[in-house]
Design a protein. Structure first.
Length: 156
């Protein structure tokens, strides 16, 4: 059976087979970045204003950050327009499963030119861990206000 292009066995630089995120986590940071950079959409480099294969500004500040703790079967990629920004334009989290598979745990792709609704913050502006520690109902309904305007009739 022929394999799809790019679907060959993942190996480290010495040719050792890698089967999980945990396997990759034991590699040095440069090699982890080499492997994980394959997950970054080409368009993101354009949005960030950096060359493919680079991860930051000329001053050395990272716009793309790889988080892959040694010995753990999880990884995260976070990208920001400016390295000092709190807002992420791209967020990807993968994790190993108990069945020796990888799962996409979380993915966020933001359009920073679009209106911002603070559903990821509580009503006092604190991070709500992607709404896992509480919701911000006023921000959840704010985008719907123009749709349900008292001057606009609701058509059934």
């Amino acid at each position: 059976m022929a394999k799809l292009p790019g679907n060959e066995q993942l190996t480290d630089l010495r040719g050792n087979a890698l089967f999980s995120l945990r396997d990759i986590s034991f590699l040095d940071a440069v090699e982890k970045k080499r492997i994980y950079s394959r997950l970054i959409p080409d368009r993101l480099y354009h949005v960030l204003g950096i060359r493919p294969g680079t991860f930051g500004e000329a001053e050395g500040n990272a716009k793309i950050e790889f988080i892959a703790p040694r010995g753990l079967g999880l990884m995260r990629i976070e990208a920001r327009i400016n390295s000092a920004d709190k807002e992420r334009v791209f967020f990807l989290e993968l994790a190993d499963t108990q069945y020796r598979q990888m799962e996409l745990s979380f993915c966020i792709i933001n359009d920073l030119s679009a209106p911002r609704y603070n559903v990821d913050k509580d009503e006092s502006g604190e991070d709500n861990c992607f709404a896992s520690t509480g919701r911000n109902i006023p921000e959840e309904i704010r985008p719907w206000r123009p749709v349900f305007s008292p001057t606009r009739p609701i058509v059934a």
